[in-house]
Design a protein around this ligand. Structure first.
Ligand SMILES: Cc1cc2nc3c(=O)[nH]c(=O)nc-3n(C[C@H](O)[C@H](O)[C@H](O)COP(=O)(O)OP(=O)(O)OC[C@H]3O[C@@H](n4cnc5c(N)ncnc54)[C@H](O)[C@@H]3O)c2cc1C
Length: 464
């Protein structure tokens, strides 16, 4: 290992940078937040650029092998998250690249049906506990094929007229006073500037926020889901019938094997892929606690530890677990799994209290099912998100549409997932286009017009 950072610094020389593009809206980061942002800004008529550091779009949902879009319905089975997220599922469906519980089954507490969905993927994706009735119910979650999704996302961007800069890092915001005026990108062509009327930070980690002068909440608590990296990987050519027969006929032996694997530091939990063309693939999502998922030393540590854990686990399964004899490591996550980090301090901060308030804000831009929070979910099955949670308190020309939205960690833990971030993006992109159209800063956008436009786009909102 080389030596770590010292307290010494150097001064980077100033230099002239080519302005490679001027746009209405530039979105940095092409994950769930960036997808929603870029599509909705471009479809709303804004000249839109999307900057992504890798060669594909989708962020964690494709490159991170997090191929589960959960909680599209609340526990009663009623769909709440619609808009671009549903459009994406529909496009994947047309290509046989998704799986989800049948519409007529959603909300059902029928024991046989519930068991059918539990058995289907050996996990809980399609069901949740309803504490009000003391039983499990089927809900709407979609599993997706990440490779088809990468292709469909490119098609959607092309159709919407989004100008893509792939393989390009958003290096720094361009700031005048307290207003963001664009972004400096870095790629194989060097360093270039893109000027824009509105910049949307969809980097997940909120890379542009602090350099833009936006205040951030960096608090994190160990033990939370969001205080973990993950190193997802897939094992292919598993004989599922043999594996399931073994688990069913020798549960004690299976548990002993998993205990043994765990004690050796391996990944003792896997999930069966359900997308039709993924027969014989099982997923692993081992977690690695970390309090700072933007720290390069932490990132390096997990890339190294993750690969060790993957190999150890694979060797174990192949040697000891029936069904894995002829398996192989099909894929390790091209993007390291990051789950949480700093959040912007916005005009409104979503807190744990919002999960129990049932408040419909005058600037509500999304309604999310709350299915994962025990007694709280039972009493409050949905939460509303105000537009102000996407607007930095102190910085103009900037919106935040990713898991760095304005929220305390207690709230972020439950509502920073893929469908949520797509919804933030859909609102932020629409708002950015509105701001450009009206010649105002994003914080001055008319909420009622924004809500009307979102409803016209098929977003479900609890407002007229
Ligand atoms: C193991 C694991 C399991 C999870 N389980 C689920 C689940 O079951 N369902 C679910 O919905 N969610 C799940 N999540 C959470 C979910 O994946 C994320 O919360 C969600 O993807 C966040 O979306 P985002 O757009 O904020 O960020 P990301 O998905 O991280 O996307 C950010 C994008 O920005 C790009 N980027 C970052 N910095 C820059 C930069 N400076 N310049 C240019 N591009 C940049 C990245 O390459 C990436 O494409 C899980 C996450 C992990 C890791």
């Amino acid at each position: 290992m080389g030596s770590r950072s010292t307290s010494q610094t150097i001064t980077e020389p100033a230099r002239e940078i080519e302005i490679c593009q001027e746009a209405d809206v530039v979105v940095v980061g092409g994950g769930p937040g960036g997808i929603g942002s870029a599509l909705s800004a471009a479809r709303s008529g804004a000249d839109t650029v999307l900057v992504e550091r890798y060669g594909h779009l989708g962020g964690m949902s494709t490159g991170g092998l997090v191929t589960i879009i959960p909680n599209l319905s609340d526990i009663s089975g009623e769909q709440q998250i619609t808009g671009i997220c549903q459009e994406l599922v529909d496009r994947l469906d047309a290509k046989g690249a998704t799986d989800y519980p049948k519409k007529e089954d959603r909300g059902s507490a029928d024991e046989k049906l519930v068991q059918h969905y539990i058995d289907a993927n050996l996990a809980w994706f399609y069901i949740r506990d309803d504490l009000n009735i003391g039983r499990k119910r089927v809900l709407y979650t979609a599993l997706i094929d990440p490779e088809i999704m990468k292709c469909e996302l490119n098609n959607m961007m092309e159709e919407a007229g989004v100008n893509l800069y792939l393989h390009s890092w958003g290096a720094r915001p361009i700031v005048e006073g307290n207003t963001v005026k664009g972004v400096i990108i870095e790629n194989k062509s060097g360093r270039q500037a893109i000027l824009a009327k509105v910049v949307i930070d969809s980097t997940g980690d909120g890379d542009l926020l602090q350099p833009a002068g936006a205040e951030c909440d960096t608090r994190m608590v160990s033990g939370l889901r969001i205080a973990n990296f993950a190193f997802p990987f897939w094992i292919g050519n598993v004989n599922m019938k043999k594996l399931e027969d073994f688990r069913g006929s020798q549960p004690k032996k299976y548990d002993e094997l998993m205990q043994d694997l765990k004690s050796q530091g391996g990944a003792a939990f896997y999930i069966k892929d359900l997308v039709k063309c993924h027969d014989g693939i099982v997923w692993f999502h081992p977690f690695f606690p970390s309090m700072n998922q933007s720290d390069i030393h932490e990132i390096n540590r997990i890339e190294l530890e993750g690969r060790k854990k993957m190999l150890l686990s694979y060797d174990f399964y192949r040697k000891h677990v029936p069904g894995f004899e002829n398996s192989y490591i099909a894929l390790s996550s091209p993007q390291l799994g990051t789950q949480g980090g700093q959040r912007v301090i916005g005009e409104y901060i979503c807190t744990a209290k919002d999960m129990t308030s049932d408040e419909v804000f005058e600037d509500t831009i999304a309604i999310f099912p709350d299915n994962d929070n025990g007694e709280i979910s039972a009493k409050h099955p949905n939460v509303c998100i105000p537009y102000r949670a996407l607007v930095p308190k102190k910085t103009d020309g900037l919106l935040v549409a990713c898991r760095a939205f304005s929220s305390e960690y207690q709230f972020n833990e439950y509502f920073n997932l893929i469908p949520h971030c797509i919804a933030f993006g859909q609102a932020a992109g629409t708002a950015a286009a509105l701001a450009v159209e009206a010649g105002v800063q994003p914080r001055k956008v008319n909420y009622i017009t924004l809500q009307k436009r979102l409803i016209n786009q098929g977003v479900k909102l609890p407002v007229p």
